[in-house]
Design a protein around this ligand. Sequence first.
Ligand code: GLU
Length: 226
Amino acid sequence: MCGIIGYIGFREAAPVLLQGLKRLEYRGYDSAGVAVFANGGSNDGILVRRSVGKLTNLDRLLHDNPVHGSTGVGHTRWATHGRPSEENAHPHRAGKVVVIHNGIIENYLELRHELQAKGRTFTSETDTEVISHLIDEYVQSGLSFTPATRAALQRLEGAFSVVVLCESEPEKILAAKNATPIVIGLGEGENFVASDIPALLDYTRKVTFLDDGEMAEVTSESVKLS
Ligand code: GLU
């Protein structure tokens, strides 16, 4: 089980993400990473920083190579598919889409072959990378971020939680799950997503849990469940 955290609001995202991941440290991990919308939103794009091993390695990387922005996601990985390495560390990016994932995608090989046949190139050994490519495939075909993510999630088999960013829609984070937990933390002018409550307790005590098959569209001002 990995750790997941997402933030959208007015604070610098990277320290909030690191703090949340520290609170999830008991889960253990092989690597850690963050993705942050750079200040300026879609024009500057999403910046990803990942490093193998303990959270202090990611902390150091972010110190030397900072990311500034107030929307982002963070992940600590407990490897199930692919060795612990930087390439296999989350977040995983494909085109405009960035994904963090907890759990296992059972039909990932079939999806990977399908996406490779469409010309998609994979850079990791993880099951997770099919999710980012699948959502991006739907985005490239003309769907907007939310329906593209919904369409992609319908193709996945297994137990999973995902949190997704899309470069063309920087004002929202999407979260969804099947058989693993996702908790949404509600703030004032800011909102949070996490795999477990301790990640949020420094910021809010108002939380709500996602149900299986439910998707949360999280902006700084609202949380829409559907
Ligand atoms: N199956 C994914 C991987 O191996 C996610 C594992 C996790 O839950 O951390 O990267």
